[in-house]
Design a protein around this ligand. Structure first.
Ligand code: ATP
Ligand code: MG
Length: 140
């Protein structure tokens, strides 16, 4: 297994309830390092560009509107096998199906407002990190 970087987003339902510290603690306890982080209010265009791979899905418009409904925290997590490890910590997309102890099981409100996003492969991680951060903002 190799050192990897993945893009994580704390979604509007998480920032609204003041869960940034709680969720970040769970990442750090699992050995993921937060090597870049910023709080943003996404525009609709920015959300649409980020989720362009989902443009044909029925939930795309709702998802983009939701992601602009409040502040988000975008961050880069680094560590051994970070992409898969982060997805394991997040749990299944639908909080109802998420394993006990995962972030989505503990905090997710619905399949849409599921508290966190995490890249799903090395190629998407590279695109998503570059979407929000420049190289000098990644402090490993
Ligand atoms: P993410 O990409 O946010 O890490 P994921 O990879 O588990 O989550 P995707 O299939 O990529 O899930 O969907 C992206 C996001 O779209 C989900 O996190 C969720 O917020 C929303 N979403 C997915 N499926 C649905 C659905 N059936 N209804 C409403 N929203 C959905
Ligand atoms: Mg996804």
């Amino acid at each position: 297994m190799a050192e990897e970087r993945t893009l994580s987003i704390l979604k509007p339902d998480a920032t609204r309830r003041g869960l940034t510290g709680t969720i970040n603690a769970q990442f750090e306890e699992a050995g993921l390092r937060i090597i870049a982080q910023k709080r943003l209010r996404l525009t609709l265009k920015q959300a649409q560009g980020f989720y362009a791979v989902h443009a044909e899905r029925a939930f795309y418009d709702d998802l983009c509107a939701y992601m602009t409904s409040g502040p988000v925290v975008v961050q880069v997590l680094e560590g051994e096998d970070a992409i898969a490890k982060n997805r394991e910590i997040m749990g299944a997309t639908n909080p109802k199906n998420a394993a006990e102890g995962t972030i989505r099981a503990k905090h997710g409100e619905s399949v849409e407002a599921n508290s966190v996003h995490g890249s799903d492969a090395p190629e998407t991680a590279a695109f998503e990190i570059a979407y929000f951060f420049s190289a000098i903002e990644l402090v490993g």
